[in-house]
Ligand binder design. Sequence first.
Ligand SMILES: [Mg+2]
Length: 332
Amino acid sequence: MSDHLAGGYDLAVFDLDGVVFLIDKPIPGAAEAVERLRADGTAVAYATNNASRRAGEVAALLTGMGVSAAPAEVLTSAGAAAALIAEHVPAGSPVLVVGAEALRGEVRDAGLTPVESAGDNPVAVVQGYGPEVGWKVLAEAALAIRAGATWYATNTDRTLPSPRGPLPGNGSLVAVIRTALDREPDVVVGKPQPALFRTAASLAGAERPLAIGDRLDTDIQGAVTAGMDSLLVLTGVSGPADLLSAPAERRPTFVAADLSGLFRPADQARVPATEVDGWHLTHDGDRATLSGSGDAVDALRLLCGVTWNGVPATAVKAGSDAATGVLRDWGL
Ligand SMILES: [Mg+2]
């Protein structure tokens, strides 16, 4: 076993948006990281809450960006949701689909009948992100749920990352029906529920899987719930200030600026850290002062040791010019 971080694991389960790519552009270093894992004998899987593409399409998209992926390595919340519904209702049952064509295809392939109207008496409503989802189908879904259909959400991500900033995700569209009906979905399939990660691990026959994600509230919480170690990369939605104030159920095992952290010593990514190169922390009651200089992620790992034990992130003061710089960069 190697002493680099990835060497301790037999499977790397990647989130996609914010980890491997941003919308349609690969994140620098992602393709190389996947190839190096494969060369080292570490299995690779991709687990995405995005329900707007099918596994084969996701694999083709990744391959087109230079990131190697086979359809069998891809788990989407759309495929998992359709499989789950099919386990609970008779074959051929009508299911109202709120989402993209990919979700409709998964429902059909699971042996169910996709419908568009509450008048078709659907036994279930399945809701996933789709850029064309509008008021009309949301209204049909609300009527069907009120009439007794079971409400499945592929995921409840409030936002999607984009080069222009966060955009409304499926969770924001779920919130429309939640507000209208004053109730929660019956079943949420995607992260932070553990189903995608657990399925990825069992399909790969992995004993020591590592989850890799950019969101504390989905990827990291899902890994914690699944009992898996996790790596937070800072190339997507969650930033340093989010990590400093993360509740216990959203704390990763490791943090790194990007996927190159997989190939550095595990102890240089573990969080929290009690000692790092260059930075010093003095801690007095509910106040802490950061001084010295060095790598910003090292400062972050050190600070988590106090903010995860009750010191508010806003009570951390700078004791050097470099500390002033990192705290300002993190919006503190
Ligand atoms: Mg993501």
